[in-house]
Design a protein around this ligand. Sequence first.
Ligand SMILES: [Zn+2]
Length: 61
Amino acid sequence: MAVPKKKTSHQKQHQRRAHWKAEAQEIGTCANCAAPKRSHTACGGCGYYRGRPARLKDAVI
Ligand SMILES: [Zn+2]
């Protein structure tokens, strides 16, 4: 296994991690109620996902 010859300095460590940051979440709109919602998740307001009810308590059978 390759072993580092020198201990990484705090400055180098911080320089490397300076580009490591969280990105903003994708926000879309619900096709059913047009409310803003996160992509690839059921709508928080109406519970619909891709035009169909996705939450059991909202399902009308
Ligand atoms: Zn909705």
